[in-house]
Design a protein around this ligand. Sequence first.
Ligand code: CAA
Length: 440
Amino acid sequence: MEPVGIDAVEVWTGKLKLDLPETFAPQKGEDPDKYRKGIGLVGSSFPDLYEDIVTMGANAAKRLMDRKGLTPDDIGRIDVATESAFDNSKPVSTYIAGCLEQYFDGEFRHANKGERKFACVAGTQSIDDAYNWIRAGRNRGRAALVIATDTALYARGDPGEATQGAGAVAMLIDEDPDLVEISNEQGYGSMDETDFLKPNQQFPSVDGKRSMQVYLSRMREAVEDFESVAWDMHPDDFAYVPFHTPFPGMVRKAALLGYRHMSRDTEIEDALADEIGRQPREDDYASREAYEDAIREYMDDLKETEQYQAWYDRTIEPTLNISRQVGNWYTGSVHIARIAALQYAAEEDRDLAGEKLLVGSYGSGAQAEIHAETVQPNWEQEIAQLNVDAQLQARYDLSYSEYEHVHDSHNHEKGAVDIDDFTEPSDEFVFTGWGRMNER
Ligand code: CAA
């Protein structure tokens, strides 16, 4: 069977930046270390006034198609994953296709277009849809364009304000991919939850602490489900483990949970037995509550061990290199974690071909998905084409009052806000009104 997976990726970051420790924290009367050390974010990316989910998605896709020498005729499917959609009928992919048709020679009339919604996991679900479409042989030799695009803004004063972000990731899903092959097996943890909602409202209603618990519970279930169809995983099976990253502090918790699970009944547990004891077994406890307390205690100790810290530094920390600077991109978050890991490996001159990634996606509401990917021989040439660092460096650094204006300008309820663009668009799509995107 031909491998199917991600052939190419491109990223578009919102062109503004809010420095969280230096600019945001002092205004909120908070210790900058809450951001540097606790939440783990040093910056959030924001859309300039002429950017929105359509233009960011179209610009990422334009760059990807340009770079790969593609025309609309090469694309048989365009799926957009977003939780920031503004139209309950017409999918965002039609708006993006309309932008792209202004630039490329040809039209996407033959392409199946759609919009996927399940909070942040929708980006991965769109990849799954594209994968299944290709595997079913319905692609007629064409590739799928998957675009994850979001403006992850919260109401001002909401605790979520600390984790905002905006950006898009465009991915080409195809046979014989250059970047990663996607495994056929997936594990799910899915349950009706109400910790994070946006019912006909722009900014989410969030129970932040509960949302973190739900993330961990669904992720644990997804890991167990994946093992039931794939294999009993070992921490060293994977070069990197990119997780959905609403903020790095969340991934620190998920990583510990994953390591504890994967190291159970392995030589790692044996080696740690003298130092921190063996992992609690449920049968040894009178109640579920007592067992969970014992697990928590074990994890607190595990976190401090050299073995765990070395694994974390090797497989998790590099996945956070972009997120730390941009905040939450919702549907794009796990996909920038993968890119960050591959970029790090390239910088380290590491030969990754044939190695595995364990990808943990998550969407509130709630669903986690676990799957494995195998890095392909051309990964390094592909990843070397990205200019993420240059985009991040070029962002305009907002003062706090400028941030408030930008936030207002993107607030659908506030209407027009009288400020100028902060950056100069060049060779890119810009927002000129709902559904009217033009090159300027
Ligand atoms: N030095 C070091 N660390 C500090 C510190 C300091 N001076 N001050 C605080 N911290 C630590 C805290 O101990 C805490 O770490 P732990 O969780 O490990 O204890 C961390 O910094 C954050 O501090 P708080 O809990 O006090 O922060 P908060 O009350 O402002 O809320 C939040 C944080 C709940 C994440 C909030 O930002 C929020 O609601 N975010 C939106 C929801 C979210 O992102 N949920 C994630 C799971 S859901 C999901 O993943 C889907 C999605 O994308 C939204």
